[in-house]
Design a protein around this ligand. Structure first.
Ligand SMILES: [Zn+2]
Length: 393
């Protein structure tokens, strides 16, 4: 059962993935181009070439759309992080990550312009170092949520103990940022969940998960990327994921850990899917919003707004950087083509999006959306004849 939200609402959510996550995504060396000047010199010959030539060539990359690059990048990240449980590059590597020092202030400016609360998914590993970057969360009424401790793309493949440890390490780091409201929301790196991961969320007292992207085309692109990697090099241990995770409902619903794509009236967790256009299921996320021509993206949004009671917009902090910003290694610039879209153009696009959303929807944090849905559906469930105690197969 999908509970139709009472009135139209929207959430602005941002995943604060550090630059080193993009290094992992694109299979770049950890000790690669540390700054733009050095990067320029290397790019000509090595061009961010990874260990064992694990990445696509520049030519291949440059022929892709930004969306494909980003989507496949998620897969590459999964592959590249195999056996790299700890993606921490050490204090120096994180000392001045422009994701926190440049992109986040721009995000808060946009949020304060429209007076909306946001939901901010934070990598626990960086929370203490960059605590000041999250101070606007309090005055904007924004929510701090868990984006795992180390942004390990394989988190969903780990066992209960490791997942429990990761979630708790992240939560402890995020609590000082979150304040009394605590940490009740989670989004998985790479959108991948598993029954074990979701059970861990339930047992840790989480209210909602916001990982699922109900876009079958995304699943197709990802599976194709994994197949290509298997053909080119070696079978991957990366997560194809369950296809049904990419074909679930478009609006928030209660679900069980075993079948998170299937609404269940007494599910222990709320799932808040990432926004897609309802017919084509094209994701309406930061990457697509910045990349698509304005008339096209506005048409997608209009169709989504007409059909969805709640729209959960997801973006990444890197959406608010461009290639001219200092501190972005050239090898990342070469592969993140969305960095080539001028910042002014992206800022204008997001400003347009938030204004459009705000004209018809009330902005809410995911926590508030989930709490209301849980409360409403609990009342409905009591009246339901469906009293099965076991989750569906
Ligand atoms: Zn992420």
């Amino acid at each position: 059962m999908v509970v139709v939200m009472n009135g139209r609402s929207a959430s602005i959510t941002i995943d604060v993935d550090p630059l080193r996550a993009y290094r992992a995504i694109h299979g770049l060396r950890r000790d690669g181009d540390g700054d733009q000047d050095r990067g320029k010199g290397k790019n000509g010959k090595k061009g961010g070439k990874s260990k064992g030539a694990k990445t696509k060539t520049n030519t291949e990359t440059n022929t892709e759309t930004d969306l494909e690059t980003n989507l496949e990048g998620e897969i590459e990240g999964e592959i590249e992080t195999r056996g790299k449980d700890d993606v921490d590059e050490g204090p120096d590597a994180r000392a001045s990550d422009p994701i926190y020092t440049v992109a986040l202030p721009r995000f808060w400016s946009l949020i304060e312009e429209i007076g909306a609360p946001a939901t901010v998914f934070v990598v626990g590993q960086d929370a203490t170092r960059y605590a000041a970057a999250f101070e606007p969360a309090h005055r904007t009424g924004s929510e701090i949520a868990n984006h795992s401790f180390a942004h390990d793309y394989r988190l969903s493949r780990k066992g209960k103990e490791e997942i429990d440890e990761d979630l708790e390490r992240a939560r402890l780091q995020l609590l000082p940022l979150a304040g009394p409201a605590g940490v009740v929301g989670f989004r998985a790196p790479g959108y991948n969940v598993s029954p074990t991961l979701l059970r861990c969320l339930v047992s840790a007292g989480y209210l909602y998960d916001a990982s699922l992207l109900p876009a079958p085309a995304y699943f197709g692109l990802r599976a194709a990327a994994i197949a290509a990697y298997a053909l080119a090099r070696q079978p991957s241990a990366s997560c194809v994921g369950h296809p049904l995770q990419f074909a679930g409902p478009l609006e928030p619903y209660r679900m069980t850990a075993d079948r998170p794509w299937k609404p269940h009236p007494r599910g222990a967790l709320v799932e808040i899917p990432i926004a897609c256009e309802p017919t084509t299921r094209i994701p309406i996320i930061g990457t697509t919003w910045a990349m698509f021509p304005a008339p096209f993206r506005r048409a997608l949004l209009a169709r989504a707004q007409a059909r969805l009671g709640h729209l959960n917009f997801e973006m990444h902090a890197i959406d608010l950087l461009d290639a001219s910003d200092p501190g972005i290694p050239r090898d990342i610039v070469a592969r993140q083509r969305d960095l080539h879209i001028p910042l002014s153009q992206k800022i204008a696009a997001f400003r347009d999006l938030f204004a459009t959303l705000g004209r018809v929807a009330r902005f809410r944090t995911l926590r508030d959306v989930a709490a209301d849905l849980m409360s409403a559906s609990s009342t409905d469930a009591k009246a339901s004849k469906d009293t099965r105690d076991t989750p569906p197969r």
